[in-house]
Design a protein around this ligand. Structure first.
Ligand code: SAM
Length: 231
């Protein structure tokens, strides 16, 4: 929350400072300030186009400190039983995949699916020559298609839905691969995803044939969360 307030104040301060400084600048400074503005505009356009989290950030998703505030087992234990098949959609470097593999046990399976080969390679490096290599199946999906044939009991979509352009299509596919009573656990990052955007995401899920589980709002720090079932 403190970070949020600081970011908000910094943004306002930045805007005021820019407006104020424009009253006193020389032509040379003006050219310089225009270049900075153009640079910032280009950056924003690039960020909008590349909405997918780059592989270079894989390590930062997998920091040990993250377990202090987003411990996968504490967040997910109410939803996972031994022997389940779980889809870790947008698994990244597998921060959740290994814990999921522990939780589903020897008879269960985790399909760790990501758009980017680099992310899947990071995860492959972590599981090879471990007992989890047999339990975790790596799967590369398309931007607009998960493309797995299996039926699953739980779909974990942690910090990924906002990176997917056609959410209704995605949720339809999720509904089609869910077992009866299957669950979708959604978490979105609060700094990237506004309350309105999150409500629209849930709306898209409902339109695609999923239903909210009444009263179920799991708590995970730095997360907007929802749990859905097949309607
Ligand atoms: C912010 S990372 C989150 C990774 C992981 N879920 C975590 O919480 O650590 C988002 C991941 O979603 C993946 N991704 C983005 N669009 C995707 C899509 N259409 N299908 C599958 N994965 C996607 C990205 O490649 C990236 O690895």
């Amino acid at each position: 929350m403190l970070l949020g307030i600081a970011a908000y104040n910094y943004r306002n301060f930045d805007l005021i400072a820019r407006q104020y400084s424009q009253c006193f600048i020389t032509p040379k400074q003006e050219t310089y300030s225009n270049r900075i503005l153009q640079f910032r505009r280009n950056q924003t356009i690039t960020m909008r186009k590349n909405r997918v989290c780059p592989v270079e950030r894989a390590r930062s998703l997998d920091l040990r400190i993250r377990r202090w505030f987003q411990n996968p087992q504490k967040i997910l234990y109410p939803y996972i039983n031994d022997g389940m098949t779980v889809l870790d959609l947008g698994c990244g470097p597998g921060f959740f995949s290994l814990d999921l593999a522990r939780m589903v046990g020897k008879n269960g399976r985790v399909i760790a699916s990501d758009l980017q080969d680099g992310m899947l390679q990071e995860l492959q490096g972590k599981i090879e020559a471990t007992e989890y290599a047999e339990r975790i199946v790596l799967h590369k999906c398309e931007e607009d298609r998960i493309g797995i044939a299996d039926r699953v009991d739980l779909v974990l979509a942690f910090y990924v839905i906002h990176e997917i352009p056609d959410k209704t299509r995605l949720f339809r596919e999720i509904a089609s691969i869910l077992n009866p009573n299957g669950i979708v656990f959604i978490s979105e990052p609060p700094f990237h995803v506004s309350g309105k955007a999150f409500r629209l995401t849930i709306q898209a899920a409902l339109e695609a044939g999923l239903a909210e589980v009444p009263g179920e709002r799991p708590r995970a720090m730095l997360s907007k969360t929802a749990v859905l079932r097949k309607a």
